[in-house]
Design a binder for this molecule. Structure first.
Ligand SMILES: Nc1nc2c(ncn2[C@@H]2O[C@H](COP(=O)(O)OP(=O)(O)O)[C@@H](O)[C@H]2O)c(=O)[nH]1
Ligand SMILES: [Mg+2]
Length: 307
């Protein structure tokens, strides 16, 4: 079982080149099996019931992402440090580099991890994108925003679903909420979002001191920000906080991986209804109004003709 090291804060690693498929634009050159590792560091997944996924890397530039229509393409958004990469690493059993304990942004490209759920459905691709909400003015991120939010209705990408990760235990959650919701709103202006899941990461365990505080904050959050989405079928899922020492235990790691996959399954089984567009009833104006009045007065005259 190899993936626990990269999930540990402070052990950020370079992207495992051997596990990257396609060219440097991320255009697939066919999915390379993870066994294609030349240095004898074959990552055996024999110890895990969860097969390893395959990663790809896309530079930040002005070219829209080309998504494979035969796959479930899921966009993962949320502020830096909320746990996007950690979640993807668990769900896909890959080793994308996670952030440091400081909030330095670690994901400097768009990354993806492809894996197959047990149910034989289409392969799932989770896209790990830099925080284009909060840090939108940073060089490179403006174009990244263009890569994930299509400029017009017909343009790629067309995401199957969106996972919006919130870590309400972090102070930044409050600061970045509006900006990240704006990304969601912009996305919805351009394309229909069919499935939406809010993932609450690092959820404190029952009995922990912080559990009560987190529960109250989540309730507040749901009332303030999520209600409008929940009423349309968006889901909320909590991802239990892991203890680092437990990651040395394969059993615990597998539980975390299974939980992350459960989130993806719940998302894919959900459905999010289309936004209700306010239809403006056109006001009768000018000539139309004048003609209506005339018609009414003629009608009244005719009705009163005998009285
Ligand atoms: N101990 C612990 N650390 C976590 C948990 N979830 C995320 N982290 C850490 O939080 C940091 C930021 O996570 P990362 O996935 O890089 O966030 P991203 O910027 O959204 O991709 C990393 O150091 C993770 O290891 C958790 O449940 N428990
Ligand atoms: Mg990251």
């Amino acid at each position: 079982m190899a993936s626990h090291t990269a999930n540990t804060p402070g052990t950020s690693t370079a992207i495992n080149e051997h596990n990257v498929v396609g060219d440097d634009r991320g255009n697939e050159a066919g999915v390379t099996a993870p066994e294609a590792n030349e240095e004898g560091e074959r990552r055996s997944d024999a110890m895990s019931a969860i097969p390893m996924g395959v990663t790809a890397n896309f530079p930040l530039d002005d070219t829209p992402l080309i998504l494979d229509e035969g796959k479930e393409n899921i966009l993962v958004i949320g502020e830096t440090g909320c746990g996007k990469t950690t979640f993807i690493n668990f769900a896909a059993n890959v080793e994308l580099p996670v952030g440091h304990t400081s909030l330095e942004r670690c994901t400097k490209t768009i990354q993806s991890a492809t894996f197959q759920l047990q149910d034989g459905s289409a392969p799932v691709v989770l896209y790990d994108v830099p925080d284009v909400g909060t840090e939108k003015d940073e060089p490179g991120l403006r174009s990244a925003r263009g890569q994930i939010v299509p400029v017009d209705h017909n343009q790629q990408p067309a995401w199957t679903a969106v996972i919006y990760i919130i870590n309400i235990t972090k102070k930044r959650a409050d600061l970045s909420t509006e900006d990240n919701f704006q990304v969601l709103k912009d996305l919805e202006k351009r394309q229909r979002i069919h499935k939406l899941l809010f993932l609450v990461s690092e959820w404190p365990r029952d009995g922990d001191n912080s559990h009560q505080i987190a529960s109250e904050r989540l309730k507040e959050y749901e009332g303030t920000y999520l209600q409008t989405y929940l009423s349309r079928g968006a889901k909320v899922h909590k991802l239990s906080q892991f203890k680092l020492e437990e990651l040395d235990n394969n059993r615990k790691l597998e539980d975390l991986q299974t939980n992350a996959r459960t989130v993806v399954e719940a998302l894919l089984q959900s459905s999010f209804t289309a936004k209700v567009v306010d239809v403006e009833v056109p006001k009768l104006k000018g000539k139309v109004r004048w003609n209506c009045r005339r018609l009414l007065s003629v009608l009244f005259k005719w009705l009163r003709r005998d009285s």
